[in-house]
Structures are given as C-alpha cells and as structure tokens.
Design a protein around this ligand. Structure first.
Ligand code: ATP
Length: 228
C-alpha cells in the first residue's frame, strides 16, 4: 500500500504574506516530511480586529503570487468562498472529505498554538489532524508547558528542545498529536510590514518580490511609491 499523502494546512490572515511565512512552510514541509503545504487565507479571522485587514481578494492574490513556481506549495480559497467566520475545524472537515486517506497536519506558530483553546472545537481539530507547532522569534517551546494539548510532556523536554542547536522536528508521541518544529528564528510579522509600509520604511527584504510589487501597484497599507 502506498504511504498516505501528508498534507500540511497553513491557515493565516496573510495580511500580507511575508518571507517568514514561506520559510516556515518550507522548513516544516521538509522537517515533517509533508508532500505539500496548502496556504489557506482566512476570510474573517475570528481572533483579529478587522480594521487593518485588506480585501480578501488582495490577500489571496498576494498569496498566489508568493507561492507561484514553488513546488509542493498550493493556495486554497475555500475559506473565502464560505460565508461567515473562518473556523479551522470546518476547513479540516473539507480537506478530510477531499482526501479521506491523507494524514492532515495543521501548521501554526508557537503564539498561535498558545491561543488554540479559544478556537472552535479544538478537540475535534486534534482528532482530525496533527498540529505542527513552529518556533517563532522571541517565543520558547518551554512556554507551552502546562498547555493541555501537549499532555504530560515534561517542561525539561521542551526546554531541552529550545536548547538544541540547528533545525529539527520533535514528535511528542502517539497520544499527543503535536509535532514541534524548530527553525532558525525568522523575525518578520505582517504587523511589522504594515507599520513599515505606512511609515515609508524599507520592506523589500521582508516580502517575496511579487508581493512587494503588488502592494506598491495597489497602494495597499498606505504604501507610498517605489523605494518603500
Ligand atoms: P500579524 O502580525 O498581522 O498578526 P502574522 O505575521 O502573525 O500576522 P498570520 O497570517 O497571522 O501572520 O500568520 C499565519 C501563521 O503563521 C500563524 O500560525 C503564525 O503563528 C505563523 N507565523 C507568522 N509569522 C511567523 C514567523 N515569523 N515565524 C513563525 N511563524 C510565523
């Protein structure tokens, strides 16, 4: 029997997508052994204030352009086609319908994982998929100690993983459906990109080139002109 397809589902606001989103997806793909990573832009993120959110069509198009020509990366607009708030658990149901035999992996940064209790039906999310938690600059895995989703994983194991050098994946075992992924810190956030654009500071190195040009062309986030 062929090995089941391993699909990573990478949800986000992608407002805008930046170089660290791409790096996170690429490293998780390699370290966890995923066949593909599907970027899923959220329509109405239940956890984020709406005022700085640019139109979904722009975020979708920037995501498309960012991953164009990158093998194993896909974008899916299913959350944008669905009315109402975006819940990851509904998205996973849809992936499960499409790929009944696949292994599904939800990709999240450490700080997003810490908010998971506020998500809709987190237990069902863990039943449907495994969760890949990716290191984020300034956040330690030790901060996850006591989080119910990692069972009785000792604090020392988390701290030990923080202390290891190099990039690696740590599977927390068959009952805990969580894999930690340590990558070289990649310190960019969409918030920083938006703030830098609005202030006229350089953002070219923070964005995939096609995204940078798209933002300038459509004057998103208060971007001024070339040279931003
Ligand atoms: P914002 O600054 O607007 O909150 P963001 O940069 O966190 O945005 P999102 O689109 O909210 O970007 O992130 C989607 C997913 O990618 C989340 O799970 C988030 O934790 C993760 N992520 C984003 N940036 C990084 C990064 N630099 N390192 C690791 N994970 C990241």
């Amino acid at each position: 029997m062929p090995a089941p397809l391993r699909i990573g589902v990478f949800g986000g606001t992608f407002n805008p997508i930046h170089v660290c989103h791409l790096r996170v997806a690429a490293r998780a793909k390699e370290l966890v052994g995923l066949d593909r990573v599907v970027f899923v832009p959220a329509a109405h993120p239940p956890h984020k204030a709406d005022e700085k959110l640019v139109a979904a069509r722009h975020r979708l198009e920037m995501t498309r352009r960012a991953i164009a020509g990158r093998p194993g990366f896909e974008v899916d607009d299913l959350e944008l086609r669905r009315p109402g708030p975006s819940y990851s658990v509904d998205t996973l149901d849809e992936f499960r319908r499409r790929h009944p035999a696949a292994e599904l992996y939800v990709l999240v940064g450490v700080e997003t994982f810490l908010e998971l209790s506020t998500w809709r039906e987190p237990h069902r999310l863990f039943a449907a998929s495994r969760v890949v938690v990716i290191a984020r600059a300034g956040r330690s895995f030790e901060a996850l100690a006591g989080v119910p989703w990692i069972g009785d994983t000792p604090r020392a194991v988390l701290a030990g993983f923080d202390a290891t050098t190099g990039e690696a994946a740590l599977d927390l075992g068959p009952t805990v459906r969580v894999v930690l992924v340590k990558i070289a810190p990649c310190d960019v956030s969409s918030t920083q990109v938006r703030e830098d654009l609005a202030a006229g500071r350089a953002v070219k190195n923070l964005l995939p080139a096609p995204v940078y040009f798209y933002i300038l062309e459509h004057r998103l986030y208060g971007a001024r002109d070339a040279g931003a």
